[in-house]
Design a protein around this ligand. Structure first.
Ligand code: CTP
Length: 419
Protein backbone atom coordinates (compact mmCIF):
# COMPACT_ATOMS: atom_id res chain seq x y z
CA UNK A 1 0.00 0.00 0.00
CA UNK A 2 1.36 3.46 -0.92
CA UNK A 3 2.61 5.61 1.96
CA UNK A 4 0.06 8.41 1.91
CA UNK A 5 -2.78 5.95 1.45
CA UNK A 6 -2.42 4.54 4.95
CA UNK A 7 -2.91 7.94 6.55
CA UNK A 8 -5.84 8.69 4.21
CA UNK A 9 -7.33 5.33 5.12
CA UNK A 10 -6.85 6.07 8.80
CA UNK A 11 -8.70 9.37 8.46
CA UNK A 12 -11.50 7.71 6.54
CA UNK A 13 -11.87 4.98 9.16
CA UNK A 14 -11.99 7.40 12.08
CA UNK A 15 -15.21 8.92 13.37
CA UNK A 16 -15.48 12.45 11.91
CA UNK A 17 -15.14 13.99 15.38
CA UNK A 18 -11.71 12.38 15.90
CA UNK A 19 -10.09 13.80 12.74
CA UNK A 20 -9.73 17.36 14.01
CA UNK A 21 -8.02 16.45 17.31
CA UNK A 22 -5.76 13.98 15.48
CA UNK A 23 -4.76 16.71 13.01
CA UNK A 24 -4.15 19.08 15.95
CA UNK A 25 -1.87 16.53 17.63
CA UNK A 26 0.12 16.00 14.44
CA UNK A 27 0.42 19.79 13.87
CA UNK A 28 1.61 20.33 17.42
CA UNK A 29 4.22 17.57 17.20
CA UNK A 30 5.43 18.95 13.88
CA UNK A 31 5.74 22.51 15.17
CA UNK A 32 7.77 21.22 18.15
CA UNK A 33 9.93 19.08 15.80
CA UNK A 34 8.81 15.91 17.61
CA UNK A 35 8.22 12.58 15.88
CA UNK A 36 4.82 11.03 16.47
CA UNK A 37 3.68 7.58 15.32
CA UNK A 38 0.52 5.53 15.15
CA UNK A 39 1.38 2.26 16.90
CA UNK A 40 0.09 -1.14 18.01
CA UNK A 41 -3.29 -2.56 17.08
CA UNK A 42 -4.27 0.52 15.07
CA UNK A 43 -1.44 -0.09 12.57
CA UNK A 44 -2.22 -3.81 12.42
CA UNK A 45 -5.90 -3.11 11.73
CA UNK A 46 -5.10 -0.46 9.15
CA UNK A 47 -2.88 -2.90 7.23
CA UNK A 48 -5.55 -5.58 7.49
CA UNK A 49 -8.15 -3.11 6.29
CA UNK A 50 -10.26 -3.66 9.39
CA UNK A 51 -12.06 -0.71 10.93
CA UNK A 52 -9.79 1.09 13.41
CA UNK A 53 -11.60 2.25 16.52
CA UNK A 54 -8.64 2.81 18.80
CA UNK A 55 -5.99 5.37 18.01
CA UNK A 56 -2.75 4.76 19.88
CA UNK A 57 -0.01 7.30 19.27
CA UNK A 58 3.58 7.22 20.51
CA UNK A 59 5.69 10.33 20.77
CA UNK A 60 9.45 10.56 21.06
CA UNK A 61 9.07 13.36 23.61
CA UNK A 62 6.74 14.49 26.40
CA UNK A 63 3.29 13.14 25.49
CA UNK A 64 1.63 14.69 28.55
CA UNK A 65 2.72 18.20 27.66
CA UNK A 66 1.61 17.72 24.04
CA UNK A 67 -1.80 16.37 25.05
CA UNK A 68 -2.36 19.28 27.45
CA UNK A 69 -1.44 21.86 24.77
CA UNK A 70 -3.76 20.25 22.24
CA UNK A 71 -6.65 19.92 24.70
CA UNK A 72 -6.44 23.64 25.52
CA UNK A 73 -6.60 24.53 21.83
CA UNK A 74 -9.76 22.48 21.18
CA UNK A 75 -13.30 22.72 22.44
CA UNK A 76 -15.17 19.76 23.89
CA UNK A 77 -12.06 17.65 24.37
CA UNK A 78 -11.14 16.28 27.79
CA UNK A 79 -7.58 15.38 28.65
CA UNK A 80 -6.66 12.76 31.26
CA UNK A 81 -3.00 12.12 32.07
CA UNK A 82 -1.24 9.19 33.76
CA UNK A 83 2.20 10.53 34.65
CA UNK A 84 3.47 7.17 36.00
CA UNK A 85 3.07 5.60 32.55
CA UNK A 86 3.70 8.75 30.51
CA UNK A 87 0.31 8.40 28.82
CA UNK A 88 -2.52 10.80 28.11
CA UNK A 89 -6.00 10.36 26.69
CA UNK A 90 -7.97 12.92 24.74
CA UNK A 91 -11.66 12.15 24.80
CA UNK A 92 -14.62 13.71 23.05
CA UNK A 93 -18.25 12.69 22.72
CA UNK A 94 -17.53 9.72 20.45
CA UNK A 95 -13.80 9.28 20.12
CA UNK A 96 -10.72 8.56 22.16
CA UNK A 97 -7.11 9.21 21.24
CA UNK A 98 -4.30 7.81 23.39
CA UNK A 99 -0.89 9.48 23.28
CA UNK A 100 2.09 7.95 25.07
CA UNK A 101 5.71 8.90 25.54
CA UNK A 102 7.83 6.27 23.77
CA UNK A 103 9.13 4.06 26.54
CA UNK A 104 11.37 1.23 27.66
CA UNK A 105 9.90 -1.35 30.00
CA UNK A 106 11.79 -3.65 32.32
CA UNK A 107 10.23 -6.49 34.29
CA UNK A 108 11.63 -6.97 37.78
CA UNK A 109 9.90 -10.32 38.20
CA UNK A 110 7.27 -12.34 36.28
CA UNK A 111 3.77 -10.96 36.71
CA UNK A 112 4.92 -7.61 38.12
CA UNK A 113 4.00 -4.41 36.36
CA UNK A 114 6.99 -3.18 34.38
CA UNK A 115 9.07 -0.20 35.41
CA UNK A 116 8.88 2.41 32.71
CA UNK A 117 11.42 4.96 31.39
CA UNK A 118 11.26 7.29 28.37
CA UNK A 119 12.89 5.72 25.33
CA UNK A 120 13.01 5.68 21.54
CA UNK A 121 10.42 4.36 19.10
CA UNK A 122 12.53 1.18 18.75
CA UNK A 123 12.43 0.64 22.54
CA UNK A 124 8.72 1.19 22.51
CA UNK A 125 8.15 -1.39 19.78
CA UNK A 126 10.44 -3.89 21.49
CA UNK A 127 8.29 -3.92 24.67
CA UNK A 128 5.21 -5.15 22.77
CA UNK A 129 3.44 -8.51 22.66
CA UNK A 130 3.38 -9.78 19.04
CA UNK A 131 5.17 -8.79 15.86
CA UNK A 132 1.89 -7.77 14.23
CA UNK A 133 1.33 -5.33 17.11
CA UNK A 134 4.88 -3.98 17.00
CA UNK A 135 4.72 -1.76 13.93
CA UNK A 136 4.54 2.02 13.75
CA UNK A 137 3.22 4.43 11.12
CA UNK A 138 5.02 7.79 11.03
CA UNK A 139 2.58 10.71 11.18
CA UNK A 140 5.11 13.55 10.93
CA UNK A 141 8.22 14.71 9.05
CA UNK A 142 9.83 13.22 5.94
CA UNK A 143 8.87 9.75 7.04
CA UNK A 144 5.14 10.60 7.19
CA UNK A 145 3.21 7.57 5.92
CA UNK A 146 6.16 5.14 6.28
CA UNK A 147 5.96 2.00 8.39
CA UNK A 148 8.63 1.05 10.93
CA UNK A 149 8.53 -2.71 11.27
CA UNK A 150 11.62 -4.01 13.12
CA UNK A 151 10.27 -7.54 13.63
CA UNK A 152 8.80 -8.05 10.16
CA UNK A 153 5.25 -7.98 11.41
CA UNK A 154 4.02 -7.48 7.87
CA UNK A 155 5.22 -10.95 6.84
CA UNK A 156 3.40 -12.39 9.87
CA UNK A 157 0.27 -10.45 8.94
CA UNK A 158 0.41 -12.03 5.51
CA UNK A 159 1.07 -15.49 6.90
CA UNK A 160 -1.62 -14.87 9.56
CA UNK A 161 0.75 -15.70 12.41
CA UNK A 162 1.06 -14.47 15.98
CA UNK A 163 4.71 -14.42 16.97
CA UNK A 164 6.19 -13.07 20.20
CA UNK A 165 9.25 -10.84 19.96
CA UNK A 166 11.47 -12.93 22.23
CA UNK A 167 11.53 -16.13 24.23
CA UNK A 168 10.80 -14.53 27.64
CA UNK A 169 7.72 -12.66 26.46
CA UNK A 170 5.08 -14.78 28.25
CA UNK A 171 7.23 -15.01 31.35
CA UNK A 172 7.52 -11.20 31.44
CA UNK A 173 3.80 -10.74 30.96
CA UNK A 174 1.60 -13.82 31.00
CA UNK A 175 -1.53 -11.79 30.13
CA UNK A 176 -0.11 -12.13 26.61
CA UNK A 177 -1.35 -15.75 26.72
CA UNK A 178 -4.91 -14.47 27.04
CA UNK A 179 -4.25 -11.87 24.37
CA UNK A 180 -2.84 -14.52 22.01
CA UNK A 181 -6.05 -16.53 22.23
CA UNK A 182 -8.17 -13.40 21.74
CA UNK A 183 -6.29 -12.16 18.66
CA UNK A 184 -6.06 -15.69 17.29
CA UNK A 185 -9.81 -16.02 17.37
CA UNK A 186 -10.63 -12.51 16.22
CA UNK A 187 -8.19 -12.38 13.32
CA UNK A 188 -8.15 -16.11 12.53
CA UNK A 189 -4.38 -16.17 13.09
CA UNK A 190 -2.35 -19.18 14.25
CA UNK A 191 0.39 -19.18 16.86
CA UNK A 192 3.82 -19.51 15.27
CA UNK A 193 5.46 -22.78 16.38
CA UNK A 194 8.09 -21.38 18.78
CA UNK A 195 5.53 -19.00 20.22
CA UNK A 196 3.24 -21.96 20.85
CA UNK A 197 6.05 -23.92 22.50
CA UNK A 198 6.99 -21.00 24.80
CA UNK A 199 3.36 -20.35 25.61
CA UNK A 200 2.80 -23.96 26.72
CA UNK A 201 6.02 -23.90 28.70
CA UNK A 202 5.20 -20.61 30.46
CA UNK A 203 1.47 -20.99 31.00
CA UNK A 204 1.97 -21.34 34.76
CA UNK A 205 3.20 -17.74 34.97
CA UNK A 206 -0.47 -16.79 34.80
CA UNK A 207 -0.60 -17.73 38.48
CA UNK A 208 1.52 -14.67 39.25
CA UNK A 209 -0.74 -12.18 37.45
CA UNK A 210 -2.95 -10.12 39.75
CA UNK A 211 -6.72 -10.51 39.63
CA UNK A 212 -7.34 -7.05 38.34
CA UNK A 213 -5.30 -7.60 35.16
CA UNK A 214 -6.88 -11.01 34.53
CA UNK A 215 -10.35 -9.53 34.95
CA UNK A 216 -9.54 -6.78 32.44
CA UNK A 217 -8.34 -9.31 29.86
CA UNK A 218 -11.41 -11.49 30.47
CA UNK A 219 -13.59 -8.42 29.96
CA UNK A 220 -11.93 -7.91 26.58
CA UNK A 221 -12.56 -11.54 25.71
CA UNK A 222 -16.25 -11.11 26.59
CA UNK A 223 -16.44 -8.21 24.15
CA UNK A 224 -15.55 -10.48 21.23
CA UNK A 225 -18.47 -11.88 19.19
CA UNK A 226 -17.82 -15.49 20.29
CA UNK A 227 -15.90 -15.45 23.58
CA UNK A 228 -16.54 -19.18 24.00
CA UNK A 229 -14.11 -19.99 21.19
CA UNK A 230 -11.36 -18.12 23.02
CA UNK A 231 -12.21 -19.67 26.39
CA UNK A 232 -12.20 -23.18 24.90
CA UNK A 233 -8.78 -22.54 23.44
CA UNK A 234 -7.50 -21.19 26.74
CA UNK A 235 -8.86 -24.20 28.54
CA UNK A 236 -7.11 -26.56 26.09
CA UNK A 237 -3.87 -24.66 26.72
CA UNK A 238 -4.31 -25.06 30.50
CA UNK A 239 -4.44 -21.28 30.89
CA UNK A 240 -7.79 -21.09 32.70
CA UNK A 241 -6.75 -23.75 35.20
CA UNK A 242 -3.49 -21.86 35.77
CA UNK A 243 -5.47 -18.74 36.65
CA UNK A 244 -7.65 -20.62 39.14
CA UNK A 245 -8.54 -24.31 39.59
CA UNK A 246 -12.30 -23.58 39.61
CA UNK A 247 -12.04 -21.95 36.20
CA UNK A 248 -12.89 -24.60 33.68
CA UNK A 249 -14.52 -24.53 30.30
CA UNK A 250 -15.75 -27.28 28.02
CA UNK A 251 -17.94 -27.74 24.97
CA UNK A 252 -21.17 -27.84 26.98
CA UNK A 253 -20.33 -24.48 28.58
CA UNK A 254 -19.41 -23.14 25.15
CA UNK A 255 -22.84 -24.23 23.94
CA UNK A 256 -24.42 -22.38 26.89
CA UNK A 257 -22.56 -19.20 25.89
CA UNK A 258 -24.11 -19.51 22.43
CA UNK A 259 -27.57 -20.14 23.89
CA UNK A 260 -27.18 -17.09 26.11
CA UNK A 261 -26.74 -14.84 23.08
CA UNK A 262 -29.86 -16.31 21.46
CA UNK A 263 -31.89 -14.86 24.34
CA UNK A 264 -29.68 -11.86 25.18
CA UNK A 265 -27.79 -10.41 22.21
CA UNK A 266 -25.37 -8.33 24.29
CA UNK A 267 -24.66 -10.07 27.61
CA UNK A 268 -22.84 -7.96 30.20
CA UNK A 269 -19.52 -8.93 31.73
CA UNK A 270 -21.38 -9.85 34.95
CA UNK A 271 -23.64 -12.27 33.10
CA UNK A 272 -20.70 -13.93 31.34
CA UNK A 273 -18.87 -14.23 34.67
CA UNK A 274 -21.90 -15.88 36.29
CA UNK A 275 -22.10 -18.32 33.39
CA UNK A 276 -18.38 -18.99 33.62
CA UNK A 277 -18.86 -19.85 37.32
CA UNK A 278 -22.02 -21.88 36.62
CA UNK A 279 -20.85 -25.12 38.19
CA UNK A 280 -19.08 -23.56 41.18
CA UNK A 281 -20.23 -24.20 44.73
CA UNK A 282 -20.67 -21.10 46.86
CA UNK A 283 -17.19 -21.39 48.48
CA UNK A 284 -15.63 -22.03 45.07
CA UNK A 285 -17.43 -18.99 43.68
CA UNK A 286 -16.10 -16.89 46.54
CA UNK A 287 -12.55 -18.06 45.79
CA UNK A 288 -13.10 -17.37 42.07
CA UNK A 289 -14.35 -13.84 42.84
CA UNK A 290 -11.36 -13.15 45.08
CA UNK A 291 -8.87 -14.46 42.51
CA UNK A 292 -10.33 -12.29 39.75
CA UNK A 293 -10.73 -9.22 41.99
CA UNK A 294 -14.37 -9.02 41.00
CA UNK A 295 -16.38 -6.00 42.09
CA UNK A 296 -19.31 -6.26 44.52
CA UNK A 297 -21.99 -6.73 41.89
CA UNK A 298 -20.00 -9.41 40.03
CA UNK A 299 -19.13 -11.19 43.28
CA UNK A 300 -22.79 -11.32 44.31
CA UNK A 301 -23.73 -12.74 40.91
CA UNK A 302 -21.14 -15.54 40.91
CA UNK A 303 -21.87 -16.38 44.54
CA UNK A 304 -25.56 -16.74 43.71
CA UNK A 305 -25.16 -19.33 40.95
CA UNK A 306 -25.07 -22.33 43.29
CA UNK A 307 -28.43 -21.39 44.83
CA UNK A 308 -29.95 -20.66 41.42
CA UNK A 309 -28.63 -23.96 40.07
CA UNK A 310 -30.35 -25.74 42.96
CA UNK A 311 -33.71 -24.52 41.55
CA UNK A 312 -33.16 -26.28 38.22
CA UNK A 313 -35.33 -29.30 39.11
CA UNK A 314 -38.03 -27.28 40.85
CA UNK A 315 -38.61 -25.09 37.82
CA UNK A 316 -40.55 -27.61 35.75
CA UNK A 317 -42.98 -26.49 33.06
CA UNK A 318 -45.94 -26.84 35.46
CA UNK A 319 -44.72 -24.25 37.94
CA UNK A 320 -46.96 -21.18 37.75
CA UNK A 321 -45.44 -17.82 36.70
CA UNK A 322 -46.13 -16.25 40.12
CA UNK A 323 -44.16 -19.05 41.78
CA UNK A 324 -41.30 -18.67 39.28
CA UNK A 325 -41.12 -14.96 40.13
CA UNK A 326 -41.19 -15.74 43.84
CA UNK A 327 -38.32 -18.24 43.43
CA UNK A 328 -36.11 -16.21 41.11
CA UNK A 329 -36.61 -12.59 42.15
CA UNK A 330 -34.33 -12.77 45.22
CA UNK A 331 -31.31 -13.46 42.99
CA UNK A 332 -29.13 -11.10 40.93
CA UNK A 333 -30.44 -11.19 37.38
CA UNK A 334 -26.99 -12.19 36.02
CA UNK A 335 -27.22 -15.51 37.89
CA UNK A 336 -30.71 -16.06 36.44
CA UNK A 337 -29.40 -15.37 32.93
CA UNK A 338 -26.83 -18.10 33.59
CA UNK A 339 -29.70 -20.47 34.47
CA UNK A 340 -31.56 -19.44 31.31
CA UNK A 341 -28.47 -20.39 29.30
CA UNK A 342 -27.03 -23.42 31.10
CA UNK A 343 -29.95 -24.99 32.96
CA UNK A 344 -32.04 -27.98 31.94
CA UNK A 345 -34.65 -27.29 29.25
CA UNK A 346 -37.74 -26.48 31.37
CA UNK A 347 -35.76 -24.33 33.81
CA UNK A 348 -34.22 -22.44 30.88
CA UNK A 349 -37.64 -21.68 29.43
CA UNK A 350 -39.04 -20.57 32.79
CA UNK A 351 -36.00 -18.41 33.59
CA UNK A 352 -36.09 -16.82 30.16
CA UNK A 353 -39.80 -15.92 30.50
CA UNK A 354 -39.07 -14.50 33.93
CA UNK A 355 -36.21 -12.38 32.58
CA UNK A 356 -38.00 -11.14 29.49
CA UNK A 357 -41.52 -10.61 30.85
CA UNK A 358 -42.59 -11.79 34.27
CA UNK A 359 -40.14 -9.80 36.36
CA UNK A 360 -41.61 -6.59 34.93
CA UNK A 361 -45.28 -7.47 35.53
CA UNK A 362 -47.10 -5.09 37.86
CA UNK A 363 -50.82 -4.93 38.67
CA UNK A 364 -52.62 -1.83 37.38
CA UNK A 365 -53.76 -1.08 40.93
CA UNK A 366 -51.12 0.24 43.29
CA UNK A 367 -51.18 0.94 47.04
CA UNK A 368 -52.81 4.34 46.52
CA UNK A 369 -55.59 2.80 44.46
CA UNK A 370 -56.25 0.22 47.19
CA UNK A 371 -56.27 2.93 49.89
CA UNK A 372 -58.80 4.88 47.81
CA UNK A 373 -60.91 1.71 47.75
CA UNK A 374 -60.93 1.68 51.55
CA UNK A 375 -57.91 -0.51 52.37
CA UNK A 376 -56.26 0.07 55.75
CA UNK A 377 -52.49 0.73 55.70
CA UNK A 378 -50.54 -2.21 57.09
CA UNK A 379 -49.36 -5.73 56.26
CA UNK A 380 -52.70 -6.73 54.74
CA UNK A 381 -52.34 -4.02 52.11
CA UNK A 382 -48.97 -5.46 51.13
CA UNK A 383 -50.46 -8.95 51.04
CA UNK A 384 -53.33 -7.77 48.79
CA UNK A 385 -50.85 -6.15 46.39
CA UNK A 386 -48.80 -9.35 46.20
CA UNK A 387 -51.95 -11.38 45.61
CA UNK A 388 -53.01 -9.01 42.81
CA UNK A 389 -49.59 -9.31 41.18
CA UNK A 390 -49.69 -13.12 41.39
CA UNK A 391 -53.20 -13.12 39.90
CA UNK A 392 -52.04 -10.97 37.02
CA UNK A 393 -48.97 -13.16 36.41
CA UNK A 394 -51.04 -16.34 36.43
CA UNK A 395 -53.72 -14.89 34.13
CA UNK A 396 -56.47 -14.94 36.78
CA UNK A 397 -57.12 -11.26 36.18
CA UNK A 398 -56.78 -9.65 32.77
CA UNK A 399 -58.25 -6.15 33.00
CA UNK A 400 -58.28 -3.33 35.52
CA UNK A 401 -61.90 -4.19 36.18
CA UNK A 402 -60.90 -7.81 37.04
CA UNK A 403 -58.28 -6.41 39.41
CA UNK A 404 -60.79 -4.10 41.10
CA UNK A 405 -63.16 -7.03 41.58
CA UNK A 406 -60.41 -9.17 43.13
CA UNK A 407 -59.25 -6.22 45.27
CA UNK A 408 -62.76 -5.74 46.66
CA UNK A 409 -62.94 -9.45 47.51
CA UNK A 410 -59.57 -9.30 49.24
CA UNK A 411 -60.48 -6.15 51.18
CA UNK A 412 -63.85 -7.60 52.24
CA UNK A 413 -62.20 -10.84 53.35
CA UNK A 414 -59.65 -8.75 55.29
CA UNK A 415 -62.46 -6.75 56.92
CA UNK A 416 -64.25 -10.00 57.92
CA UNK A 417 -61.14 -11.40 59.60
CA UNK A 418 -60.70 -8.14 61.53
CA UNK A 419 -64.27 -8.23 62.93
N1 CTP B 1 0.53 -4.39 24.42
C1 CTP B 1 1.48 -5.35 24.73
N2 CTP B 1 1.32 -6.20 25.79
C2 CTP B 1 0.21 -6.09 26.58
C3 CTP B 1 -0.75 -5.11 26.31
C4 CTP B 1 -0.57 -4.28 25.20
O1 CTP B 1 2.46 -5.45 24.01
N3 CTP B 1 0.07 -6.90 27.64
C5 CTP B 1 0.76 -3.48 23.27
C6 CTP B 1 0.44 -4.11 21.91
O2 CTP B 1 1.32 -3.58 20.98
C7 CTP B 1 -0.96 -3.60 21.62
C8 CTP B 1 -0.89 -2.20 22.21
O3 CTP B 1 -0.05 -2.34 23.36
O4 CTP B 1 -1.23 -3.59 20.24
C9 CTP B 1 -2.21 -1.61 22.63
O5 CTP B 1 -2.84 -2.44 23.61
P1 CTP B 1 -4.36 -2.81 23.46
O6 CTP B 1 -5.18 -1.61 23.30
O7 CTP B 1 -4.66 -3.76 24.57
O8 CTP B 1 -4.26 -3.66 22.13
P2 CTP B 1 -4.92 -3.52 20.71
O9 CTP B 1 -4.08 -4.34 19.80
O10 CTP B 1 -5.16 -2.09 20.37
O11 CTP B 1 -6.19 -4.36 21.06
P3 CTP B 1 -7.61 -4.27 20.49
O12 CTP B 1 -7.46 -4.46 19.02
O13 CTP B 1 -8.29 -5.40 21.18
O14 CTP B 1 -8.12 -2.92 20.93
Amino acid sequence: MAKANLIDNLNRALPAAARKPLAAIVRDAQSEALAIYLVGGSVRDLLLDRPTLDVDLTLEGDALALARRVAISLEDVRCTVHPTFGTATLKGADFRLDVATARVETYERPGALPSVHPGSLQDDLFRRDFTVNAMALAMTGDQRGAITDPFDGRSDLEARLLRVLHEASFKDDATRILRAARYGSRLSFRLESNTMRWLRRDVTYLKAICGHRIREELARIFQEPQPERILLRLSELGALQAIHPTLSFDSSRAEAFGKLREIHPTPSRTIYLALLAWEASRPEATAFATRLALNKRETEAVRAVAAVRALERTLSAEVRPSRVVELLSPFPSAAVWALAAAGRESARVQASRYLHRWRYVKPSLDGHALLAMGAIPGPQLGQALRRLKAAKLDGEVRSRRDEEKLARELLNAGARTRT
